[in-house]
Design a protein around this ligand. Structure first.
Ligand code: AKB
Length: 318
């Protein structure tokens, strides 16, 4: 990496993008972190910005040449819930966007690629508890199918064309700076806002739905640590399992009630329940721990405290 690193973050206006750009700004300086998105971004006002639809490979290449980009973080995608409603666009965006970036890496226009995968690559017959890195993968959502196919392509480009692509299977991500959009794990962010603003939350998943989750600061740190790991230590070019904690809506609500005793939760289950039911409950991430020293900071207690404290300040305009 070094001082000549110039980063392009595609999909910088999303939940991960905002926080990732802020972390990359601290490492490289905001002038070296180019934010791009299909629509203008209000946050990230210090970063150079390019409006980009990642399906437009000509414009993508122009941006890469213009700024002499070395590393691309490709975050633009439709997530699990939205993808089920718009399967053909989800497939197009999630796959062609990746191809466009991998092809530029193959032609050596860029040096390194980060592309996020997800726990959605697993499916109903995958072992649900402590899901191994290598196991049955039979995703039954459009998002999961696109992520699994993407993983196979990443490995193929790495093996056949020496593309330096790195990836993590993110669990549900929870942070207070930016909002998630269109995922099945989004409840675990929305619940905090509703708890503080209304004292009540209606959850779209059943109370006992156990899913793997992570504080977004940990996910961003993992991403940057993986991108800084010497290439020879990276034994997985599809995507690394990554874990921090698992909990159910009921367990999360009980933790929130420790701070807000009058908080109430009820449940109105929708189509996202089927998606959640097809995913693992917990993840074995021993390869990430072994290969690049992954270790989470946030457990559930720290996460709840951090979310309530920061969202309260944000709502009070502090
Ligand atoms: C989603 O819920 O779709 C995402 C994910 C787990 O990939 N947060």
């Amino acid at each position: 990496m070094g001082t000549s690193t110039k980063v392009l973050v595609i999909g910088a206006g999303g939940q991960i993008g905002i926080e990732l750009c802020e972390a990359l700004n601290k490492l490289y300086g905001s002038e070296n972190v180019i934010a791009s998105d299909i629509k203008p971004i209000d946050a990230l006002s210090n970063n150079p910005f390019e409006q980009l639809d990642v399906l437009n490979s000509v414009k993508l290449n122009e941006i890469i040449q213009k700024y002499r980009i070395t590393d691309v973080y490709l975050l633009a995608a439709l997530l699990s819930a939205t993808a089920e409603k718009n399967p053909s666009y989800a497939w197009k965006l999630n796959m062609e966007g990746l191809f466009n970036v991998l092809e530029l890496a193959k032609e050596k226009h860029i040096q390194k690629v980060f592309w996020p995968s997800s726990i959605a690559v697993f499916g109903p017959t995958t072992p649900k508890v402590n899901t191994p890195q290598y196991t049955v993968m039979d995703p039954n959502t459009v998002y999961g199918i696109s992520k699994l196919a993407g993983e196979r392509w990443c490995e193929w480009y790495a093996q056949k064309h020496q593309v330096d692509v790195r990836s993590i299977r993110y669990p549900g991500l929870i942070g207070w700076k930016s909002q998630p959009g269109g995922g099945t794990t989004d409840y675990a962010v929305h619940i905090f806002y509703d708890a503080l603003q209304k004292g009540h939350y209606t959850c779209f998943l059943r109370e006992d739905t156990m899913l793997p989750m992570m504080h977004i600061e940990d996910a961003v740190r993992a991403t940057i640590e993986l991108m800084h790991t010497p290439s020879e230590k990276i034994t997985i070019r599809s995507s690394y399992n990554l874990a921090a904690m698992s909990f159910t809506p009921q367990q999360l609500a009980e933790k929130i009630q420790n701070y807000l005793p009058n908080f109430k939760i009820d449940y109105q289950i929708d189509f996202r329940q089927n998606i959640a039911d097809s995913w693992p409950q917990s993840i074995d991430d021993s390869y990430a721990r072994r290969d690049w020293g992954w270790k989470e900071f946030y457990d559930l207690d720290k996460l709840v405290q951090n979310m309530l404290e920061n969202i309260r300040k944000k709502l009070n305009g502090k």
